[in-house]
Design a protein around this ligand. Structure first.
Ligand code: ATP
Length: 302
């Protein structure tokens, strides 16, 4: 692995933009990720996450602006890729190679691999390596790419929605790997739809919407975005005063005795407020990121 100046940011983007015809997929994005930092890149479908990562990887050419990886221009693919390993959103592997052969090939392409750690990861991800890659499911292809990337000592890991095909158990294993990478000083850029995943592993998050970076937030701010939707049915009428309960917002009476509301923070005040009423049905749902974005940034982000 080449020696790098520790003062250089792992990723630096300035005014980075990409236009596809009429679509401005990425709009003047400024971003700086420090060495060793785990940065989450959140945004609804079509927000421009993949396009941004593709420009960082030299797979798409910016319409304007620039991106650097540890000081090397992203378009200088040979130089930039000495500093990084990546897992694309749709992992394609060579159909006629076995999993073991694909891992070997990937190890020879990248910036150096820790073979002992790779063996450990194969076990932890419960990966069968003797099958031809064409027989792998989407999740298993993703596991091969993840094992190959995590086993490198590349100072930057770029992961594009890497857990979309993994089951929850493997999702947790993935989170452990990110924590281990960060402990070794590797920077991680993780694009995701999954708020809980980003919350579990990231130091900071950037929220992208319609090509614009709407906010870069620390974990505490991200937690404030977290809210739950409560559906309550009462035997009698909906009690008055729910809107005044701490943390409660968007109270909407749906009909006779039925109400839907959102709650940020602890549920205790709400539960106390309805304790004297006959609650006949209660359901709680965690809204998707998209809904949170729309509710929170709605007009402001336009
Ligand atoms: N090659 C392309 N040609 C034309 N339009 C494109 C191309 N790639 C992306 N786009 C458009 O650019 C916008 C951003 O897409 P992008 O794939 O970067 O979003 P994303 O945030 O990664 O979404 P998802 O979470 O669905 O993967 C979308 O409107 C998409 O349709």
């Amino acid at each position: 692995m080449p020696t790098i100046d520790p003062a250089l940011p792992a990723v630096e983007a300035e005014g980075l933009s990409k236009r596809y015809g009429r679509t401005l997929a990425v709009d003047r994005l400024d971003l700086r990720i420090e060495p060793g930092e785990v940065f989450g890149f959140l945004g609804p479908n079509g927000a421009g996450k993949s396009t941004t990562l593709r420009m960082l990887l030299g797979l798409a050419r910016p319409t304007a602006g620039r991106a650097r990886v540890f000081g090397d221009p992203a378009e200088d693919v040979r130089a930039a890729h000495r500093h990084l390993a990546h897992v694309p959103a749709d992992v394609a592997l060579w159909p006629n190679l076995t999993g073991a052969e694909a891992l070997e090939l990937l190890a020879n392409l990248g910036p150096g691999t820790d073979l002992g750690y790779r063996d450990e990861l194969v076990e932890r991800f419960d990966l069968r390596l003797d099958k031809p890659c064409r027989a792998y499911s989407t999740g298993n292809r993703q596991k091969v790419a993840l094992v190959a990337a995590f086993a490198t000592r590349a100072p930057l890991l770029v992961l594009d929605e890497p857990t979309s095909g993994l089951d929850p158990l493997m999702g947790r294993e993935f989170q452990r790997c990110v924590v281990e990478a960060a402990a070794r000083g590797q920077a991680v850029l993780l694009s995701s739809h999954v708020l809980a995943e980003v919350e579990a592993v990231c130091d900071r998050v950037g929220i992208l919407r319609a090509g614009r970076l709407v906010q870069v937030a620390g974990l505490a701010e991200l937690r404030r975005l977290r809210r739950h939707e409560f559906h309550l049915s009462f035997a009698g009428p909906v009690p008055a005063g729910l809107a005044a309960v701490p943390g409660v917002a968007d109270v909407e009476v749906l009909g006779e005795g039925r109400v839907v509301l959102t709650l940020a923070g602890e549920p205790a005040p709400l539960l106390r407020a309805v304790a004297g009423d006959d609650v006949v049905q209660l359901s709680v749902r965690e809204p998707s990121l998209e809904e949170i974005f729309l509710g929170y940034y709605g007009e402001a982000a336009r």
